[in-house]
Design a protein around this ligand. Structure first.
Ligand code: ZN
Length: 494
């Protein structure tokens, strides 16, 4: 601390060069949601970032010479959000499956067209998905990369992640082969050695599902993960795909660990939840996905009953964008819906809600860090932690005042367009609502090439049909009342 407040430069019209050259950044006068274990909230407070780390949090902080000052007044400063499960390669076909069920998703991606994705298509999807995450204030994303049918695809995926100044965990997977096959290949081992150096900017997991086959062929892949020290992330409790048998097999063979992430963890029995809870694992809840696709009811209600820690995820931009505001809102809504429904089924009334807005903000931040074993690095605004910081502020929006309940404001009022500034590892990657130094033109170009490739290899008819699945016949129930009789009778009585 060499000088006091006045030496800081004002935040208006900072150039990219100013931001890049800044030795320190201070966000001044915001409502700070620290998300520390006490969930401390500070009004009108500053967050000072020096280098990669949070140097100080408090009021009217003195700052070093040359510090860039960002006016956070009227805004909310919070930790960067964390998405623990997103199939980033699929962002290349953003929104294509808006009307799909999980069955249609499986058929299109796994059986029919997943193999048409070339390495450059995985690169394109990842590049766009990574930029999109930063733009939405999601500073850490798990790339659940399950279409790596060659190692060239994996190299392309990681090339894209390394190009985006976000924090990522690369979860290696391949739906086109059994996990016991791809994890045994020398090319996979070589890739891990070459590319998975495991910094806190790029972590490593192995991504595969356990089908419940009594022969438990996935055992070999778990052994590779154990040998490589790689946490396993697995779609568990997915209606019609993975079930209690998979959990039981993992448990009986000793592969359930505190690092294991159970994605969805819906449609499971109490016995499975107890096995997860007892072995210290965490669950990644993707409420919007579960609500649309049918993995099972969004699981936070069930997970809470068993004391299983929760993180949030978006799953895939085939349906949803990388927007954790949306995940928080959807998770809070589905948890409350379940709570009311369970009570009303027993002819009771919920008078006090169990889950609060602050809980889902925690799941979106600290909960994600915990799931990824990064709780000492990110997930909260605390002195000494890496500076992944989001400023939610939009002076042009009538929705940004008054801010009375800041947790409720983040979850139920704010949205991705209100993300004003984002820092990752101390670096400003978004400022005044615009990504800093991002080449969107390049991202658009590579995505257009991928869409063109997929569209021409499917053929126009198949491409259109894939996006427009048939609607099943539905019948409006018989009704003993009719409008005409009602209208007639009311005329007579007048
Ligand atoms: Zn998934």
């Amino acid at each position: 601390m060499t000088s006091a407040t006045p030496s800081a430069r004002p935040s208006t019209h900072l150039s990219e060069a100013d931001l890049a050259a800044a030795p320190a950044v201070v966000l001044r006068g915001g409502t700070v949601l620290t998300m520390d274990p006490q969930r401390t909230v500070l009004e009108g407070a500053d967050v000072l970032v020096v280098g990669q780390r949070i140097e100080a949090i408090g009021h009217a902080l003195p700052v070093p010479e040359g510090t860039v000052e960002i006016d956070a007044s009227g805004g909310i400063v919070m930790p960067g959000m964390i998405d623990t499960h997103r199939h980033m390669w699929q962002t290349a076909v953003r929104g294509y499956g808006a009307d799909w069920t999980l069955t249609q998703y499986f058929v299109w991606n796994y059986l029919e067209h997943g193999r048409k994705f070339r390495p450059q298509d995985v690169y394109a999807g990842n590049l766009l998905s990574g930029l999109e995450a930063l733009e939405a204030g999601v500073t850490t994303s798990v790339d659940w990369s399950h279409n790596l049918h060659t190692v060239d695809h994996a190299d392309a995926a990681v090339d894209a992640l390394e190009e985006v100044p976000g924090r990522f965990v690369f979860a290696y997977g391949n739906i086109q082969a059994g996990p016991w096959e791809w994890s045994a290949s020398p090319q996979f081992r070589d890739f891990v050695e070459r590319r998975m150096t495991r910094s806190d900017m790029l972590g490593f997991q192995m991504a595969f599902d356990v089908t419940g086959d009594p022969a438990f062929p996935e055992k070999a892949a778990f052994e590779v993960a154990r040998e490589l020290g790689a946490p396993v992330t697995t779609h568990a409790g997915v209606w019609g795909a993975t079930n209690d048998d998979g959990i039981r097999l993992m448990h009986e063979h000793g592969f359930m660990t505190p690092e294991t992430v159970y994605v969805h963890a819906a449609s499971l029995s109490d016995d499975s939840y107890q096995r997860i809870a007892a072995t210290g694992g965490t669950a990644s809840v993707a409420s919007e996905s579960e609500s649309t696709c049918g993995q099972g009811y969004p699981s936070s209600w069930a997970l809470r009953r068993h004391g299983i820690p929760i993180s949030l995820s978006m799953d895939t931009s085939v349906w949803q964008s990388a927007d954790i505001f949306s995940a928080m809102r959807s998770t809070l809504g589905s948890d409350h819906t379940r709570e009311h429904h369970e009570a009303q089924s027993a002819n009771q009334t919920v008078t006090h809600l169990a889950v609060r807005a602050a809980d889902v903000v925690e799941w979106a931040t600290r909960g994600g860090a915990r799931a990824l074993g990064m709780e000492s690095v990110v997930g909260s605004l605390e002195v000494g932690k890496k500076a992944d910081v989001v400023l939610v502020k939009n002076d042009d929006s009538p929705v940004m005042f008054p801010i009375l309940n800041p947790f409720g404001h983040v979850v139920l009022q704010a949205q991705r367009g209100d993300v004003h500034t984002v820092l990752v590892d101390g670096r400003v990657v978004k400022h005044e609502h615009k990504l800093v130094g991002a080449d969107l033109g390049k991202a658009r170009r590579v995505i257009e090439e991928t869409v063109e490739h997929l569209r021409s290899s499917l053929g126009e008819e198949e491409w259109v049909a894939g996006m427009n699945p048939e609607i099943p016949e539905s019948k409006v129930l018989d009704n003993p009342y009719t409008y005409t009789e009602y209208a007639d009778s009311s005329t007579h009585t007048r």
